[in-house]
Design a protein around this ligand. Structure first.
Ligand code: BG6
Length: 492
């Protein structure tokens, strides 16, 4: 177990805190992973909100935890750890001294400052922490994506926070790195002889990385319309997954070496020039449709736009064909795709191997399919290797796909791992390997910026897709032009 610590969550009333951070801390509490006397200090701008804060938390826990996780006795214990305070981050007045005094009662503890607020407030928040003498040797800063809006703004934010915290004390979260199966990618790649031998352009035809969501805006319209799917998901989660799949083996397993290898991948991504954007990228926006059994409105309607407004052209779907220009991956396409209001919720990576070089069996044996390794992160955590095998019910040779399937969720008999719990506790324990280096953020933005520039210049309008579908038809055409098709979650 980690040593007793204080965590200060700025933006305690916000969406991230209520949906993810407090449920994660509650889980850590009831799984006995929080030491006694840990304090969760949450700040709200508004004093009234701070007064009813615990009430808000209990409602969120009931909504966002699994049914069997919440119980009244657990809540009674957990609520003793919560210390809500009213604090306006931008106002340097007595409220900051109050926070300082509260923290000062336990000066020697590890302190986590978690900035669950818009990045525009990161700098001022760090400045006020510094001025109120609240930054100690044992203080760590945790910041959330999106870090900036483009390379320039990300660099400005990173420089600002670097004036108050050294890089070694800054933990940039990408919660996908906290997912168990994502960590398993490194184990899969670097501790299995059979895969490492086949992990390159000689054996792999292409790679697909898809994160499909069924949810829409979930009350985050203001935020989402400013960013869109490319900045919200692809710049961070999908590129991180791509890095873990594509990176070279580090010489040792630690944060520095892993981050260094990921940076090399990001720097080797072939630039998509603004004028080529429509050749390699598809962007879409959902219109009304049916998701599950429910009729859902169009993005513009969810946004609250009316007929006289200029329709937003923020993308809720993006698909890209990407190349990594290095020795290992020369000419192997990586297809990345993510979107909201798609047909099903799924996050998966498909490694499509090449077909066998000679067709030994005749046509009667049936069509050959190339091997695939499917690594699913959500909704279940599984790895599936699809092979060709003989149909055992037939005397003659009939080939059919068969799968070796490893279901981690079943193996562990427990609820899906909680990425935020893992990452918060790692930050407390000073384990940095699942966090992102400033140079990774920068390299990712430098690659993303020309795509955005291309869209801004492009005369091609955004493509609409019905909610509940697999996205715009153009995304299928992107692969069809390469004689390939998407594997749609669970339909492999
Ligand atoms: C967040 C995005 O980073 O990831 C959200 O801001 C998205 O828009 C979420 O819904 C998806 O995370 P997960 O873990 O639910 O797949």
């Amino acid at each position: 177990m980690v040593d007793v610590f204080d965590i200060v969550i700025f933006g305690g009333g916000g969406d991230l805190s209520q949906r993810k951070l407090l449920p994660a801390l509650y889980r850590a509490y009831y799984l006995n992973e929080l030491p006694q006397h840990t304090r969760i200090i949450t700040t709200c701008r508004n004093a009234e909100k701070a007064n009813i804060y615990r009430h808000t938390v209990v409602e969120s826990l009931q909504s966002y935890l699994n049914k069997d996780e919440f119980s009244e006795p657990r809540w009674q214990g957990f609520k003793q750890l919560i210390f809500p305070i009213a604090l306006d981050i931008t106002q340097r007045d007595y409220q900051w001294e109050q926070l300082h005094d509260l923290l000062g009662k336990h000066l020697s503890r590890r302190r986590i400052y978690y900035l669950a607020v818009p990045p525009a407030l990161f700098g001022i928040c760090c400045k006020h922490l510094h001025e109120s003498l609240s930054i100690t040797d044992k203080s760590r800063l945790v910041v959330e994506k999106p870090l900036g809006y483009n390379a320039v703004s990300a660099e400005a934010i990173n420089s600002e926070i670097a004036s108050y915290f050294p890089e070694s004390c800054i933990y940039r979260i990408d919660h996908y790195l906290g997912k168990e199966t994502v960590q398993n990618l490194l184990a899969l790649r670097f501790s299995n002889f059979i895969f490492e031998q086949l992990w390159d352009a000689k054996s792999i035809d292409h790679v697909q990385i898809s994160i499909s969501e069924t949810v829409g805006l979930e009350g985050r319209a203001g935020f989402y319309d400013e960013v869109g799917a490319l900045r919200d998901m692809l710049q961070n989660h999908l590129l991180q997954l791509l890095c873990l799949i594509a990176m070279e083996p580090p010489n040792k397993m630690n944060s520095k070496t892993v981050q260094a290898e990921k940076i090399k991948v990001l720097e080797a991504l072939r630039v998509i020039k603004p004028e080529e954007v429509n050749l390699h990228c598809v962007r879409g926006q959902y219109c009304a449709g049916v998701c599950g059994n429910e009729k859902v409105p169009a993005y513009l309607q969810e946004l609250g736009q009316n007929a006289n407004d200029k329709p937003s052209d923020t993308e809720t779907f993006v698909a890209l064909r990407v190349y990594i220009d290095n020795w290992r991956w020369s000419q192997v396409p990586f297809y990345l795709r993510t979107g909201k209001r798609l047909k099903s919720q799924c996050a998966e990576i498909v490694i499509q191997f090449k077909a066998v070089s000679h067709q030994l069996f005749d046509e009667k044996a049936g069509a050959m399919q190339a091997n695939k390794l499917v690594i699913r992160l959500q909704p279940e955590e599984t790895m599936e290797l699809i092979l060709m095998a003989k149909n055992m019910d037939r005397r003659d040779i009939q080939l059919q796909p068969a799968s070796l399937n490893l279901n981690f969720t079943e193996v562990h008999h427990q609820c899906q791992s909680d990425a935020y719990k893992r990452l918060i506790l790692d930050a407390v324990a000073d384990k940095t390997s699942l966090f992102i280096h400033r140079r990774e953020v920068q390299a990712a933005w430098l690659w993303i910026d020309p795509i955005i520039a291309g869209w801004q210049k492009s005369a091609v309008p955004i493509t609409l897709y019905p909610a509940g579908s697999w996205g715009p038809i153009d995304a299928d055409e992107l692969l069809a032009r390469d004689h390939r098709y998407w594997f749609n979650g669970g339909e492999v």
